[in-house]
Design a protein around this ligand. Structure first.
Ligand code: VGL
Ligand code: ZN
Length: 223
């Protein structure tokens, strides 16, 4: 897909980098490993340093589930990871996942190569057993927020830059909610990787973002 990237972006104190779910379980070797998820760590650290140098804010999101979370196939009789499943109110689905990012486990920890020193704030999500939270802003049923918006607004943030894992789930939903909540959103597609479940999901989510007011940025987009 043809993607056009923004140019000459100058980072300032009204900008936030949102680094989504860079946790062991989403990285090769983890229980919900995203292909090549490890390959983006170095560049995420680089761009995070650049944000710091220019007084931007850095936020990490962390998927943080209880063991009995209903997004896990293991908590549904006869279901396997990847099976289609959609609850009526959109709280869980469209597929079920392997157990991942269980609170307090190694898999839920940030990857040890990610530079945590640069983070201003960590936002945890997915704690409610009955509701998933792909977006860093709010639960899938849109009934409760994580505190991200409140934090961004307390810092007077106008633009958000989204990177991390996974492209077609937590990054995508974070970007779309960012737009809905009135921020200018830049999707750093080269600093994400997708799970592509169901197949074609990466392509579809990229298409939806292209149709929206979301802009695309890469490392070279910055001054
Ligand atoms: C994610 C599936 C389930 C993600 C989190 O971080 O994209 N995907 N939980
Ligand atoms: Zn999850």
């Amino acid at each position: 897909m043809q993607i056009e990237y923004e140019k000459n972006i100058k980072i300032n104190e009204r900008d936030a980098l949102i680094i989504v779910d860079m946790q062991n379980d989403f990285i090769p070797g983890g229980s919900l490993a995203v292909d090549e998820g490890d390959l983006i760590i170095e560049d995420i650290n680089k761009i995070a340093s650049k944000f710091k140098e220019n007084n931007g804010i850095i936020i990490l999101t962390q998927d943080w589930h209880p063991q009995n979370h209903l997004s896990f196939a293991s908590n549904h009789q006869g279901k396997n990871p990847g099976d289609n499943f959609m609850s009526e109110d959109g709280a869980i689905g469209p597929v079920l996942w392997p157990d991942h990012c269980v609170q307090g486990t190694k898999g839920a920890e940030f990857h040890n190569e990610l530079n945590l020193n640069l983070a201003d704030k960590i936002i945890q999500k997915g704690m409610n057993t009955n509701v998933d939270s792909y977006s860093g802003f709010q639960d899938n049923d849109k009934k409760s927020e994580t505190g991200l918006r409140k934090y961004l607004d307390s810092k007077k943030i106008k633009r958000i830059f989204v990177c991390g894992l996974a492209l077609d789930y937590c990054c995508y939903y974070t970007a779309m909610d960012g737009l809905d909540f009135g921020y200018k959103v830049f999707f750093m597609v080269n600093l994400t990787r997708g799970v592509d479940l169901p197949e074609g999901n990466v392509e579809n989510t990229l298409k939806n973002m292209k149709k929206s007011d979301i802009k695309f940025a890469k490392i070279e987009s910055f001054k």
